[in-house]
Structure formats: C-alpha cells, structure tokens
Design a protein around this ligand. Structure first.
Ligand code: BGC
Length: 754
C-alpha cells in the first residue's frame, strides 16, 4: 500500500489541470485519482437506510435515480420510520451497520443522512427525511453520523439547505426569511455538524433566496465553516453545479458527477485569468485529499458483515419504528385461540412495500413477507386466510376482489387489513398532490368494517396519509411506515405482542391537508416557493392556529401505559455569563402489565415575547424502557439555545428575559405536567431612538422616566385612550405632528439625555 499522503507536498506538485480535476469526480461514484503522486480515488454511495453501491464493474451503469441495480445490502427502515423510534441508539446501530457494509464493499463515504425538514406532508421524499421538528431531526441524525463514522467510514449530511420539496427541486428558489432559516431549516444541520462532525456535507439542488445552494457563499462558507466550524468537504448533490467557478468560490469543494471538459476547463481558465484565486482551488483540493486520507484506514482494512445479524437488526429497529395510533378495546395484540381463523386482507400483506424510490433504493439481501411471517407466528393451530382486496396499480374498485375480501373477513375471528401508499404515489423526484389513500383501499375498508367491528389496519407508506376520513372504521391502526426488508417479521411480532409498539410520531397527522401551514404556499409557482408560514412549521403551525389534528406530533400508544409526573426544573448559571442550564426532572412509571418504552418529551414556550413564537417547541427527550410497575427519574438539560429565538435585528440568537413554560409529556398535546421558570437575561430590546415608538419608550424604565419629566408630555401621558391610538407611532412622527407634546428639538434632547 502506498504511504500516507503528505497533503501539502502533493498540492505543491500538482499541475493546475490536476488540481481542477481533483475538485470533480471521475465517473458517477468515484473521486479522481492522480496516480503519479499516489492519490487514489475513493468510492461514495447512497444512502441513508441501506447502501446503494454501484462500484465500477457492476453490471448496471451508474445512476442516481434508482434505475440501475446495486450490490445487495440490508434495507433498514427509511427515515420516517426510524425517526419514529425517537431512539438515537437505533440510529447509531444502523449507522454502524451501514459502515460495516460500506467497508465490505469498499465504500468510503455513505451519502446520508438527509435532515431536511418536512415542511409539507406532500414532499415526495418525506420517507427519506426525519421530522417536521429540527431538534428531533438533529439529535437522531447526529447519532447516525456518529455510528457510521465510528467505524472509519464517512457520511454526507444532506441536502444543505431548504430542499423541502421535490417539485422543481433543481431550480426552485426557496424564499425564506433569516429567522425561519435559523430556527427551522438550519438547526438540524448545525447540530450534526457541531456534535458529530460529518466528513462531508452535500449541498442541495435548489436556490435559497435566489442563489443556488451550490453557489451560496453565506451558506457554504460563512455559516457552515465560519460559524459552525465545519472542517470537512462540501460535495454537490448529483448535478447541482451550474457554474463551477462560482461554486468553488462559494465553498463547494467537489462536483459530482463531474462535468468533464466543462467544469475543469472553466476552473483552469478562471485561475489563469485571475478571476479565481488559486488559493481557493488549493483549499478545495486539500479537502479532497484529506477525505481520501481519512478513509484510507477503513478502506485498507476492509471487513465483512453478517447478513443475518444485519437482518435481525433491521427487524429490531423496525419494531421501534412502528407507531400504534389506535387500539380501541385493546384489540391488539392478537392472541387467536387454537382453531381460530384470521383474515389477512390487502395486497401489501403479500407484496410488501418497505422502502422508497429514487437514489436511496436498496437491493435488499432478503425480504420478509408479512403474510408468511404472520402465519408462522400464529402457528399451525390457527388458519390464516388471505385476500388481496385491491390492485396496487389502480385506484378503481375491483368488484371481484372486494367480494372475495368480504367473504374472507366474514365470520373471521380476527381481521387484519393492510393499507398504504403504492410505490407510484411517492418517490424522490415528485411530490404527492393529495394525502389520501387510493380510493379503492378506502372502499375496501368500508366494506370490511361492515362485517367486522374489530378491524386492525396495518398502514404502510413513507409519508403521512389522511386518516380522518376512515380511521373510525378501524379498531386499531399500526402505522409501520416503510420499515425495511425485515418489516414483514417485525409487523408479525408487533401484531402478536412479541414486540410492544413504542414509536412516536415525528410528524403530525393533520385532519386535512389544508390545515397544514404550508398549504397556501406549497409547492409554489414555477421557479419560486415562498415559505410564508415562517417558523410555524408542523406542530408549531397547528398549535399556534389552535387547529385540531388527527394525531399530534410525538404521539404513539403502547400495549402498556405510562404515567409521567413529579416534573420540576432548576435554573443554574445565567444568560449573561453564557452558562445558563436548566435541569428538567420528571418521573416516568410503567403502570401497565407488560414491558414497554416511553419517550418523555420536553417542550419550551416563551410566555411573553416581542416576536411571534410557537406555543411550544421540542427541546429535549429521553426514551426509557421499563418493566411493568417500574419507575425511573429522567433528567433533560436545557441550555440557552432552548429558550432563544433568532433576532434578525441583532443577527444572533437572543433570549428575552421573562417566564418560560416547560411542558413535559408523552406528545406535543399530551402534556403531563408543566412548570414555569423565570430566566433573567440582558435586554435584547432595540436601543431607544427617534424611530422607537411611544409604547417602546414607555416600556423602558429610563425612557418612561425621561418622558414623564419632559415639558409638554403631561397631556398625552395622562390619556390612556390616546396612548392606545398613537402608541405604535414612532416618536419622530409624533414630534412632527407638533401637537403631541414634544418638538423635534425636545426629542433630540431626550435622546441625548438617554
Ligand atoms: C439525490 C441525493 C443522492 C444523489 C446521488 C441525488 O439525486 O438528491 O440524495 O445522494 O442523487 O445518488
């Protein structure tokens, strides 16, 4: 094996052309090599829930659309499923498994995880994203990156940033204000970059406020590197580069796949013409070389992985990914008596859907079939009858299938109906246009519920579907998302009680699509989408507008019950000293009769604020497993950021002194207990001036004192009705009216006295 590279020495020996070539890949999945200097190429592959490796020599040519094949790999639950576990350890374990498979396949960097926020339930790629909440997405993705990188394999945190829809994604400009970017769309990236130090970050395709992410100096350099301290490499999304020279100058180090003969030529010419500093190019080259170096130990050591162990892991994490939405009368778990007959209805039981389509599509090592797994779980004494009920490639009712399904369900001891989104309804590349299930599935459920009053629905799909039109027809609903190649076995375990559901929704299920705050502005107009709802995304929007939802963020049932109580919070340190810490303590008890896991969720809300803030925001959580009757105390530490908002005026995070409510519960709308804490902080109000309003002057101690003492103020200050009317007027405007008490000269004197 060649010696380790001396990066600076190599840079010094590279020709300009070689430097340009290194900042682009060589082929679809490889970086470029410079053999004469011992620079090897490395292989990168998708993706977040399983490897999609298409190494050189693989029979299908490279593609990033999920068209060609890839080497067999374990397909784990996709992000919307795994995120429902609220379990960083599950992400860490899957991250490590991905690294083992990557090492075995010579893959140096795994292209994931994706932490884009689920702004709308319709985004076609929601199955690949984690949550509508940036704190949750950041915490889970941090563990994923740590898991993979702990075994010497790199990750690529994507798609940076504001890539929240598939429609028009290659050119659309996300028009989003600074505060919303900082509070909603950037924090998950920030958390992963600062806590897990991903080796690479992948820029998004889209534009942000008019500038392509690939050319966005503020995003790629000022925020990512200067503020967050990112030291890794920035890679383009596949085909996201439009102007290679502008992209290099903005901080994009590696273009994938390479536009050979275009980008390299442009870079060489720009350096020769003096429009691109060679130091910028050198720095990008250094980052590529360091990435190659970093991956060398794991790539040289290689490794193998145990297909069966990884399948077993896929099954365990699929248990944790399922969310039990409803379980009326404890219809689940199913415990059919000997001689009982179970009707299993729905094509998905026989033809499972377990992953999404596009660049993350995995070629699984094996696939469990739910129907077979259920039959095996029930054993020989129980009869399982199956009827498909509907066609997957149609929304039309099929009378013959309906008749067969009704006959199968009639007089069955238990009825399980598999419903969900067929493959053609969600994918990378396009957005959904409706949240509804195909009409033929709703008809099927309606007919089946007429012959059975305890229908169990197993729901599959990578995004939320509208339940409000049909959930009353089901006694139980188990939302299994797209839970990977072992989901068939996992669903059998969950339905029979061999595993206890513990998932919690990482995204709200609204009653209607129209209730979602992005509804008016999604997917926008050609080339532009306005993030008009600002920070009120997901539950922040439903809560602020006091809109009922079908199932709230954070919600999920179990076969046992928990109580959360004894909530207290103690404040130490201070904002002024930069060491504020609030310890939130709660007790959680398993008050049911089987072992299970609960997620204790901590939300913070500012009771009074200068800016519009969400009612409450997730700022911490702990998942605990408890035996029946067992109890434990959990502590969540909140820092200054948990109380802060992004002040556009100050250009930084700011905490307003005052009272904050800390709510602890089992979902965003099941708050077990809440406490109010008082946080002291230096004033973040704008300094008083001529443009400050009368209200602002009166709200300030010194301002009020000066005004009260000013000649002529008497009339207005003693007239509350008048203050109400003119209180929002700037002082300069009041002075200009001439009759309000102060002349412009007097106002200037007041300001001087301040
Ligand atoms: C996707 C990325 C993916 C890349 C390579 C792009 O189309 O947006 O997520 O990593 O292709 O397959």
């Amino acid at each position: 094996m060649p010696d380790a590279l001396d990066v600076d020495a190599v840079v010094a020996q590279l020709t300009l052309e070689e430097k340009a070539s290194l900042t682009m890949g060589s082929g679809f999945w490889y970086t470029a090599a410079v053999e004469r200097l011992g620079v090897e190429r490395i292989l990168v592959s998708d993706g977040p829930h399983g490897l999609r490796a298409q190494p050189a020599g693989h029979s299908d040519g490279g593609d990033h659309l999920g068209i060609g094949g890839s080497v067999p790999a374990t397909c784990f639950p996709t992000a919307s499923g795994l995120a429902s576990s609220w379990n960083p350890e599950a992400f860490r374990a899957v991250g490590r498994a991905l690294a083992r498979e990557a090492r075995a396949g010579g893959v140096a960097v795994v292209l994931g995880p994706g932490v884009n926020i689920k702004r709308s339930p319709l985004c076609g790629r929601n199955f690949e994203y984690l949550s509508e909440d940036p704190y949750l997405a950041g915490a889970l993705a941090t563990a994923a990156v740590q898991g993979t990188q702990s075994l010497g394999v790199g990750t690529s945190l994507k798609h940076y940033a504001a890539n929240n829809q598939e429609g028009d994604r290659l050119r659309v400009s996300a028009e989003v204000d600074d505060r919303t970017l900082r509070e909603i769309y950037l924090p998950a990236f920030e958390a992963v970059v600062t806590d897990a130090r991903p080796w690479t970050v992948m820029c998004a395709y889209n534009r942000i406020n008019g500038t392509y992410a690939s050319e966005h100096h503020w995003l790629l350099t000022e925020v990512l590197r200067d503020e967050w301290g990112f030291e890794g490499l920035v890679v383009s999304d596949w085909g996201a580069v439009h102007d290679r020279v502008a992209a290099l100058a903005a901080g994009l180090d590696l273009e994938m796949p390479p536009a050979v003969g275009v980008s390299d030529v442009a870079v060489v010419e720009a350096v020769r013409a003096g429009t691109l500093e060679v130091e910028v190019l050198d720095e990008a080259v250094r980052r590529v070389l360091r990435l190659v170096e970093r991956s060398r130990p794991a790539m040289e050591a290689g490794g193998t992985f145990d297909v069966h162990e990884h399948h077993a892991l896929a099954r365990t994490v699929a248990h944790e990914s399922a969310v039990l939405l409803k379980n009326d009368g404890g219809v689940l778990p199913l415990r059919p008596a000997a001689g009982a007959r179970v009707a299993v209805i729905g094509e998905f039981a026989r033809t499972p859907r377990y992953q999404g389509a596009g660049s993350s599509q995995v070629n699984p090592t094996r696939v469990d079939i739910p129907l077979d797994e259920l039959s095996a779980a029930f054993g020989t004494g129980v009869t399982v009858d199956f009827a498909p009920g509907f066609l997957l490639n149609s929304v039309e009712d099929d009378d013959a299938l309906l008749v067969e399904a009704i006959a199968t369900a009639t007089d069955a001891d238990h009825v399980v109906v598999f419903l969900g989104l067929p493959v053609q309804s969600e994918s990378e590349g396009f957005d959904r246009t409706t949240m509804e299930l195909p009409a033929n599935q709703i008809t099927l459920l309606q007919r089946i519920s007429a012959v059975s009053d305890s229908v169990v629905v197993v729901l599959v799909g990578g995004s939320t579907v509208q339940l409000s039109t049909w959930d009353h027809r089901a006694a139980a609903i188990l939302n299994c998302w797209l839970s990977g190649q072992a989901s068939g076995g996992a669903v059998a375990d969950l339905l029979t009680g061999a595993a206890n559901p513990s998932g919690k929704l990482a995204e709200t299920i609204p009653i209607r699509l129209e209730d979602n705050s992005s509804f008016l502005n999604f997917p926008g107009d050609p080339g532009v989408v306005r993030y008009g709802e600002g920070v009120f995304v997901g539950y922040r929007g439903y809560d602020k507008a006091v809109v009922d939802v079908s199932y709230p963020f954070g919600y999920g049932l179990s076969y046992t019950s928990f109580s959360i109580g004894d909530v207290s919070a103690s404040v130490s340190g201070s904002v002024a000293d930069g060491d504020l810490s609030v310890a939130v303590i709660a007790t959680v008890t398993n008050i049911g009769s089987v072992a299970g896991a609960e997620v204790v969720q901590v939300y913070v809300g500012d009771l009074e604020s200068e800016v519009a803030r969400p009612v409450r925001e997730l700022k911490g959580f702990v998942r605990v497993g408890l035996e029946p009757g067992a109890s434990t105390t959990v502590t969540v530490h909140l820092d200054e950021r948990a109380f802060a908002y992004w002040s556009v005026r100050l250009g930084r995070w700011a905490v307003e002194a005052g009272e904050f409510e800390i709510a602890v519960g089992s979902s965003s709308r099941d708050i077990a207990d809440q406490v109010v804490v008082s946080i002291d902080a230096p004033s973040v109000a704008a300094p008083l001036g001529v443009d400050s309003t009368l209200h602002e002057w009166l709200a300030d101690d010194r301002g009020r004192e000066l005004l009260s003492g000013a000649p002529g103020s008497g009339t207005i200050l003693q007239d509350p009705e008048l203050i109400k009317i003119v209180g929002t007027f700037p002082m300069s405007s009041l002075a200009a009216f001439g009759q309000m008490g102060w002349s412009r000269d007097q106002l200037d004197q007041l300001i001087a006295a301040l």
